[in-house]
Design a protein. Structure first.
Length: 602
């Protein structure tokens, strides 16, 4: 499962502020005049950074509902990376002039976030991410196809919108060549994808190469030309799109496909993890910090935590096995859940309807756990056919702050064997409400704070909240059916196994097949799902660690609040605080909750 905010470039996962702030720790108090000046400085600095970064990475804008840069494409060349370096250093220098001790709580949070982001970016410049511009899960080619289809975030409402995308096609074609050049440089430096990941890209690219523009996914906007356009504009745009698709877009997909097949694959590596790359250990350690916002856990500690959690969840599964009256050991339970026809939908339409039904049920129960609901709704859609084979079981795409485009929960019903009935409830809780949609829609609606805070995001917070949201199914009475509870445990088991497998691949030298064998022996996941998961961890090291580490931190803070507040503890108030501070590093979240607990005791 994933939140498809990777298309926003640097994890623009979004943030909510202003839902109620914690009381200020005494150490942050200072003279009001100085405090006011510093508050203005940090807020202005953060928003200035956000704006400058957006100008440098214009493709992010449309996902935020900011359409100023619709005609621009972010060219990933040396000039871009040099400008990104200069931007980071300029704001690090500016941040160093601010004394955090003068800041009120909300501004101090902004300071902590900005410092984390800038230092992380600075430290990451050591590693040549630009030499690995594509993988089978997230790449410009798949993202651009979704935009160009007319059903994604790119607007196609006015003649100006259509002309903007024509310009963007020019940029995409230019960037495709830059991607190939970067991959060639990676070949020379030994920074290349594992061979199996490069192989997975070929069918994705091939599916988007067609004989004529009219058969292309990019012809969708022309099929849907608004009736209000003049005949002259319709004729001009039709011809222009036909030319651009035929001469720029399709050749770009073909060129990348042919390059990977003929040149790149022979140079790819047989190893699976980042540990095999130049400076790979340090690179992986940096990804752990980036994706988990935890700085005091080593890969070895995370690996052991995963092993311990797997054993714990297996114990819970044995209890369910007794309730289901499935004889034998866990392997027999796994076999039963994998092979029982009753556990699978007969048609894709049945699967899609099941997700829509659980939406209705969950929506009715949310007020028992939350005192604030997002105004924006979401819809359940099937994952598009052109990318379904290599996509997660479920994904969430945020809407826009003004609600003109609502959130979308994509349910992957391409292969019903990886979408069992017992997983529907938990997957919906994670991707939709009260998971990703609930949290992000609330964040987007908080427009009174800085744009930097509104649109910032951290994997461990965003995915940790969504995994925590799965556990709330117990509070809502959704797991009384042992099959659905098994599905909940199966998903928790997946996140525990991720701690083991991600660190195994990148820190312990595990092979692709070794990782698959571990997951096959310890779960009821299908082989296709296991393969997809393992290859995801290979492509995005560290990302899968954020789920369980984030959930555990939220649970730890909740348990601490319960213990310290006793009868004063209100779960709705706690959730208000977790969501209210917004998407922040886990250390910042802990500071915020500790201050809130102290304020409630007073």
């Amino acid at each position: 499962m994933s939140i498809r905010v990777a298309a926003l470039a640097a994890a623009v996962a979004l943030a909510l502020t202003g839902c109620g702030q914690a009381a200020a720790p005494e150490a942050t108090a200072k003279a009001p005049a100085a405090q006011s000046q510093q508050q203005t400085d940090i807020t202005a600095l953060a928003d200035s950074y956000f704006e400058d970064n957006l100008k440098l990475n214009p493709c992010m804008g449309i996902y935020l509902g900011d359409y100023r840069f619709n005609d621009q494409y972010c060219l990933q060349d040396k000039a871009h990376y040099d400008a990104q370096h200069a931007l980071t250093q300029r704001y690090l220098d500016a941040l160093a002039k601010i004394d955090p001790a003068t800041l009120a709580p909300e501004q101090h949070t902004t300071y902590q976030m900005l410092k984390f982001d800038l230092q992380l970016a600075k430290d990451g410049e050591r590693f040549p991410d630009q030499l690995l511009p594509v993988n089978q899960f997230f790449n410009d080619f798949a993202a651009f196809a979704q935009l160009g289809s007319g059903s994604g975030a790119q607007p196609f409402a006015t003649v100006a919108d259509y002309d903007a995308f024509l310009n963007k096609m020019d940029g995409f074609a230019q960037n495709a060549q830059l991607n190939i050049a970067a991959m060639k440089e990676g070949m020379a430096k030994g920074v290349v994808l594992p061979k199996v990941l490069a192989e997975r890209l070929l069918p994705q690219l091939a599916a988007l190469v067609v004989a004529k523009p009219e058969d292309s996914l990019f012809w969708g906007p022309i099929k849907a030309l608004p009736a209000g356009f003049s005949d002259a504009d319709k004729a001009r745009l039709t011809q222009a799109y036909q030319d651009a698709i035929a001469q720029k877009v399709l050749p770009s997909y073909q060129a990348m496909h042919d390059f990977i097949q003929a040149d790149y694959l022979p140079a790819c590596r047989d190893s699976a993890g980042y540990g095999a790359l130049p400076d790979g250990k340090a690179w992986y350690d940096w990804t752990i910090r980036s994706q988990t916002t935890v700085t005091d856990m080593s890969a070895e500690q995370i690996h052991q935590l995963g092993l311990d959690l797997v054993a714990q969840i297996h114990g819970e599964m044995r209890k369910v096995q007794k309730e289901l009256a499935v004889p034998g050991d866990l392997k027999d339970l796994f076999q039963h859940m994998q092979t029982s026809p009753d556990q699978y939908f007969a048609t894709p339409q049945q699967a899609l309807q099941a997700f829509r039904d659980i939406k209705t049920e969950v929506d009715a129960k949310l007020p028992t756990l939350f005192d604030q609901m997002p105004k924006q709704d979401y819809e359940v859609r099937a994952t598009e056919a052109f990318r379904a084979a290599n996509s997660a079981a479920g994904e969430y795409q945020p809407g826009t702050p003004d609600g003109s485009r609502i959130g979308i929960f994509y349910a992957n019903i391409y292969n019903l064997k990886v979408q069992p009935k017992y997983g529907v409830t938990t997957l919906s809780l994670h991707e939709a409400a009260p998971g990703h949609h609930f949290q992000i829609a609330l964040q987007l609606e908080q427009s009174t704070q800085s744009r930097y805070r509104q649109f910032s995001g951290y994997n461990a917070y965003v995915e940790g909240w969504a995994l925590y949201a799965e556990t709330l199914g117990n509070d809502m009475g959704l797991f009384k059916d042992p099959n659905q509870y098994y599905g909940h445990l199966a998903d928790a088991l997946l996140r525990a196994m991720r701690l083991v497998v991600d660190t195994g691949l990148h820190a312990k030298g595990w092979s692709h097949d070794q990782a698959i064998a571990y997951m096959r022996a310890n779960s009821s996941m299908s082989d296709a799902d296991i393969q997809s998961e393992v290859e995801r961890y290979m492509a995005m090291p560290g990302q899968a660690l954020g789920y369980m580490l984030g959930r555990q931190e939220i649970e730890r803070l909740r348990d601490q609040a319960k213990a310290e507040l006793g009868d004063k503890f209100d779960i709705r108030a706690f959730h208000h605080q977790v969501l209210g501070v917004g998407a922040v590093p886990l250390t910042v979240l802990a500071d915020h909750i500790h201050a809130w607990i102290a304020s409630q005791k007073a």
